[in-house]
Ligand binder design. Structure first.
Ligand SMILES: [Fe+2]
Length: 424
């Protein structure tokens, strides 16, 4: 039991200052192990005990393990472990009301006194068994005083203190000090555990979100591939002899580059998708109209025009393709405002749509169909130039023809109609 002591018995330090230091360290240290070791070492040096040991609950393993032990009779940290049903843990973990003494600390002398009382000596007395187990452990490990540390109702750890080397007893003030330290240790352990759990939960959440995003991207990619196949099918129906889709994509990218439009990553992907999918809505146009060799009647033409809205609607499941849908909606708008479906003009029309308008028309003119031969490049260039400023954006036409000249130069087949376009 704690005793009153002469002033010379009290260690020369400021209890409050030490506790303030501990509190500050709790906030500063991200991992509590260092703080727990500092506390163990401090008690060992300041109080001159045979040993100072600290036992802490490892929640993942469900047992109590030593984090540190100091002093001449220090315990083998790492070797000694206590399960939650060990008598020591049972004593401090059980409800305080059911036990005959308070559980804020336990001296070996108190255990002995309790065991000497008849009620605990009786056979089949569980409290007696518990106390006998505690006495045995305390004697084996040279423990004079046990001070538990709680967080709410959970026993987080036990401060195990050996005898004083000088033989003096602990004072009440010292026991209170140990209790505060044990409480602080428990707070530090639990706070770190809480933070760690939070980090792990956040990480798990981030991993799940990443997985969902991966799956979503995969679904979107699959849907895009299906749409691309549909777009190719549309042109196979019309039908073009050569791949209209990939040629329009190539010419469009080439023109955008010539115009100095920054094409990287997502910007390029979106432009490519728009170039590839701009006519995907034609999948909803009857073959009798789509594949009609001759002129369309006004009624048929009205139906044909709906392919822009149909295309935008088909792509709605592609949530990342909002801009692609807007481009598709605008690819039949004319620079002079006489296009459809909204009659936009000039800069009101997205630049990507203005590019599609030019390259799609150019490729349609030069492409052979099953019912007619494709026109010459010269003829197509003439037609495109003729419509610059009316159907087409003249700036886009210029860029397209410059890019076309560069490409044809490489093949050594520049038509005279491109003579005015100087390679950069
Ligand atoms: Fe179209």
């Amino acid at each position: 039991m704690p005793t009153k002591a002469d002033s010379q018995d009290i260690p020369k330090f400021d209890y409050q200052e030490v506790l303030r230091d501990v509190a500050r360290s709790m906030v500063r240290l991200k991992r509590p192990e260092r703080l727990l070791k500092l506390i163990t070492r401090f008690i060992d040096r300041q109080f001159g005990l045979t040993h100072t040991s600290l036992l802490v609950l490892d929640p993942k393993k469900g047992r109590y393990v030593f984090v540190n032990s100091k002093g001449a009779k220090r315990l083998p940290v790492g070797l000694v472990k206590f399960d939650i049903d060990h008598p020591l843990m049972q004593w401090f973990s059980g409800s305080k009301k059911k036990l005959p003494v308070q559980k804020d600390f336990l001296f070996l002398s108190d255990v002995k006194k309790m065991l000497s009382r008849a009620e605990f000596r009786m056979a089949a007395n569980s409290r007696g068994d518990l106390l006998a187990g505690i006495q045995k452990t305390m004697q084996n490990l040279n423990i004079e005083l046990l001070v538990p540390g709680y967080f709410k109702d959970t026993l987080v750890g036990l401060l195990m203190l050996g005898r004083r080397v000088n033989g003096r007893s602990f004072t009440t003030q010292e026991v209170t000090f140990f209790q505060t330290l044990a409480h602080d240790c428990s707070m530090a352990v639990k706070t770190t555990e809480y933070n760690q759990n939070l980090i792990e939960q956040n990480q798990e959440l981030a991993n799940r979100l990443e997985e969902i995003e991966r799956m979503r991207a995969k679904e979107q990619r699959t849907y895009y591939e299906i749409m691309r196949s549909l777009a190719e099918e549309v042109h196979a129906k019309e039908p073009y002899i050569f791949s209209h889709v990939s040629e329009v994509e190539r010419l469009g990218i080439m023109t955008a580059r010539e115009m100095g439009i920054g094409l990287s990553g997502k910007t390029k992907d979106l432009l490519s998708a728009a170039l590839v999918l701009h006519d995907v809505g034609k999948i909803g146009i009857p073959d009798s109209i789509l594949c009609k060799p001759g002129q369309l009647t006004p009624e048929e033409w009205q139906i044909m025009k709906t392919h822009v809205e149909k295309g935008a609607r088909i792509l709605e499941p592609l949530t990342d393709f909002k801009k692609v849908r807007e481009i598709i909606m605008a690819h039949h708008e004319r620079f002079d405002g006489n296009g459809y479906p909204r009659g936009l003009k000039g800069d009101e029309i997205l630049i990507e749509a203005r590019i599609i308008c030019v390259v799609d028309s150019f490729h349609a003119i030069v492409s052979s169909r099953c019912y007619r031969e494709g026109h010459s490049i010269d003829y197509a260039i003439h037609e495109i130039q003729k419509c610059a400023g009316a159907q087409f954006d003249p700036v886009v036409v210029d860029a397209f023809l410059r890019a076309l000249k560069i490409e044809l130069q490489k093949k050594g087949e520049v038509p005279s109609s491109l003579a005015e376009y100087i390679s950069k």
